[in-house]
Design a protein around this ligand. Structure first.
Ligand SMILES: Nc1ncnc2c1ncn2[C@@H]1O[C@H](COP(=O)(O)OP(=O)(O)OP(=O)(O)O)[C@@H](O)[C@H]1O
Length: 386
């Protein structure tokens, strides 16, 4: 079934960003990272990181493997010292000219594999993090362990089990309970869900997110999973080659990526040659509105696949090349029309013949060779040519 008659695209149909797309600074800074660098030998791993994290907020640091995410987390925890720059907690310098050791920073850390002690029971693992001055005696420790188990939605019978008798998701919840036993103000999560299979991953992520939000703990999650970063955090920091390429709320970084590499890292992107005049970009998919045009003339235009819809009628057409069926939706590859032979090359009407990928819920819409009318909804993002 096709969609109804195309509606004219207006910028007003799209919501305003919730925060500025630049560095999202909060009034209540819990953690501030200022111009932090880190070298290992001759390798410059962090090249000047600036990041503010609001009290009680959830920040995801996302980026490709080797971009420096774990190194940044280790600097925040106090496991390493920065080369230059400084780190402040509640406005107090903990790294820079001053140094506060890891155990005095009130920071919890959950690693990728949970790193539970295999020779200890679950209860002993959790009790390991307790302040023994406050929880003296077996009874007090036991009561607190049960409270922490309850917090991560596991009943008291788990206290007697060994880590190997738990599922991956349960182990990660115990690792969180152990980290929460120290009553940290900040929780650092270093890819804690990456070893879990897809369904368990989502459930564990939700469970852990809920516990931390309920306790009001400022949380920083490191992940290389874009979807995880976008769904978990209220602030996403995209790291590339030791720098933060963009910081903003999930909606902003996904819909208005700062550059092409960020756009492609955060999800599928359709990139077309375009000619920008005012705030309209002319390309093979017609004239597309662009928010905050960065340049005029030749640009690259980025659209998300879900912005390109199949229409009942439209002056823009394409031919189905092939498709991948994923159940709830299909990914459809479409060839846009070539320029007519002998047609003069007009720089103001660039493109022609590109292959784009869109998504559609109805697999019957996509048959090889089928001619589809297409329309674009929303705004594109223009990147100046290098
Ligand atoms: N202790 C160390 N000594 C030497 N080099 C290191 C050390 N720790 C990290 N590195 C190097 O720093 C770079 C960044 O590593 P880091 O673990 O921070 O990246 P990452 O973004 O977390 O990667 P991944 O997603 O694969 O975990 C890598 O090239 C790594 O080899």
């Amino acid at each position: 079934m096709t969609e109804q008659t195309p509606t004219p695209v207006t910028a007003a149909r799209f919501p305003e960003p919730r925060v500025a797309p630049q560095i999202a600074r909060s009034a209540d800074h819990h953690l501030e990272i200022e111009a932090v660098t880190k070298d290992f030998g001759h390798q410059q791993v962090l090249k000047g990181i600036n990041l503010s994290v609001a009290r009680g907020g959830t920040t995801a640091i996302v980026g490709p493997s080797g971009s420096g995410k774990t190194t940044l987390l280790r600097l925040i925890a106090g496991f390493e010292a920065p080369g230059t720059g400084r780190i402040l907690l509640d406005g107090r310098e903990v790294a820079g000219r001053s140094w506060v050791p890891a155990h005095r920073r009130s920071i919890g850390y959950v690693a990728q594999d949970g790193a539970l002690f295999p020779h200890l029971s679950v209860g002993q693992n959790i009790a390991f993090g307790l302040d023994r001055d406050r929880f003296r005696g077996r009874k007090a420790v036991q009561t607190r362990v049960l409270e922490l188990l309850e917090m991560v939605a596991l009943d008291g019978s788990y206290a007697r089990r060994r880590p190997h008798q738990l599922s991956g998701g349960q182990q990660q919840r115990i690792a969180l309970a152990r980290a929460m036993a120290c009553e940290p103000e900040i929780m650092l999560l270093d890819e804690p869900f990456s070893a879990l299979d897809a369904g368990l991953r989502v459930a564990t992520r939700r469970a852990i997110g809920k516990v931390l939000a309920h306790a009001g703990v400022t949380t920083i999650l490191v992940t290389h999973d874009q979807g995880e970063a976008l769904s978990f955090a209220d602030q996403v920091a995209v790291m590339r080659g030791g720098r933060l390429a963009q910081i903003g709320n999930p909606f902003v970084v996904y819909t208005r990526p700062a550059d092409r590499a960020t756009a492609e890292f955060l999800g599928d992107a359709v990139i077309l040659d375009a000619w920008l005049e005012g705030s309209l970009a002319m390309c093979s998919l017609g004239a597309i509105p662009v928010r905050r045009p960065p340049a005029q003339g030749r640009v690259q235009l980025m659209l998300r696949p879900e912005q390109i819809r199949i229409a009942a009628s439209s002056p823009i057409h394409g031919t189905v090349l092939d498709w991948d069926y994923f159940g709830p939706e299909s990914s459809v590859r479409i060839q846009l029309p070539e320029r007519a032979a002998g047609e003069a090359v007009d720089p103001r009407a660039p493109g022609g013949g590109e292959v784009i990928t869109i998504r559609h819920w109805n697999a019957a819409m996509a048959r090889k060779g089928m001619d589809l009318a297409l329309r674009v909804i929303g705004e594109g993002v223009a990147f100046p040519l290098d």
